[in-house]
Design a binder for this molecule. Structure first.
Ligand code: GLN
Length: 253
């Protein structure tokens, strides 16, 4: 077995160590003896986006999101829509996640028309949503509890019939209002979680890998890895956030 991974726009969408997600995907495949290759598609790359099993898109500030718009609308947008419709696995973080939706209107009223691969939109607010946060993935996305870090002014609203990746347990998630976090559409996993997301959340990483492998080879159950350090780091921050959440609840109620 082998997965072909693409890191899309690594030159502009790569905040807070988002690239660590690529390292994590790669290593967890290699540790199991599964082949993996990683290619990049920066701004201006003439190479196509077709043929990849898994596409990763990191986060970026409003400036970077606007900087890639010309390139996006020279045909990358149609390629991304085709890849999503074709069932390629996609992991998209924050600004990269917003890019998959219909549009982003910045807090000072500038509108970026995005890819429209999934029916949702994002509107910038005055107040940034920043901090460590906690969410639980929906059953179709494995149900694991995810520890993350978010920093965005955009508030994302999912269209009817579009499911979130999970439910917020502590923090803001998509918009700080409806308790949703991220998006799950076909084989796309979108999340606000930087940090990077996957090394701290190996269950979610394996869920994404199994999704990509299943599309290519039929149902695959990856053999478990020891993950001692990962599990300790995960439960340490999950407990801390859970406790902070409980204290905040007691204080506010
Ligand atoms: N520019 C977007 C926002 O602030 C995304 C930021 C990010 O990727 N961290 O909402």
């Amino acid at each position: 077995m082998e997965l072909r991974i693409c890191h899309l726009y690594p030159d502009v969408l790569n905040l807070y160590g988002d690239r660590g997600n690529i390292l994590c995907l790669r290593r967890r495949l290699e540790w199991r003896g599964i082949g993996v290759s990683v290619d990049t598609r920066p701004i201006g790359s003439p190479a196509a986006l077709g043929g990849f099993d898994l596409i990763f898109i990191g986060g970026g500030q409003d400036f970077e999101q606007e900087a890639l718009l010309d390139d996006l609308h020279r045909g990358r947008d149609a390629e991304i829509r085709a890849a999503v419709d074709d069932g390629a696995a996609v992991l998209a973080i924050c600004g990269g996640y917003q890019m998959l939706g219909n549009y982003y209107e910045t807090h000072d009223g500038r509108r970026c028309d995005f890819v429209g691969a999934i029916d949702f939109y994002t509107v910038g607010g005055e107040k940034r949503m920043i901090g460590n946060y906690l969410f639980q993935c929906g059953t179709v996305s494995g149900g694991s509890v995810v520890v993350g870090f978010e920093n965005h002014s955009g508030r994302t609203y999912l269209g009817a019939g579009v499911n979130p990746l999970g439910t917020v347990l502590a923090g803001f998630g998509n918009n700080g209002e409806d308790g949703t976090e991220g998006v799950r559409w076909k084989n796309v996993f979108g999340s606000y979680s930087h940090g990077p997301l996957l090394p701290k959340n190996p269950s979610l990483c394996d869920m994404i890998l199994e999704t990509a492998l299943a599309r290519k080879y039929g149902a695959v159950l990856l053999e478990p890895l020891p993950d001692m350090a990962e599990k300790n780091a995960h439960s340490e921050i999950a407990n801390r956030l859970g406790a902070e959440n409980k204290l905040a609840f007691e204080r506010d109620s």
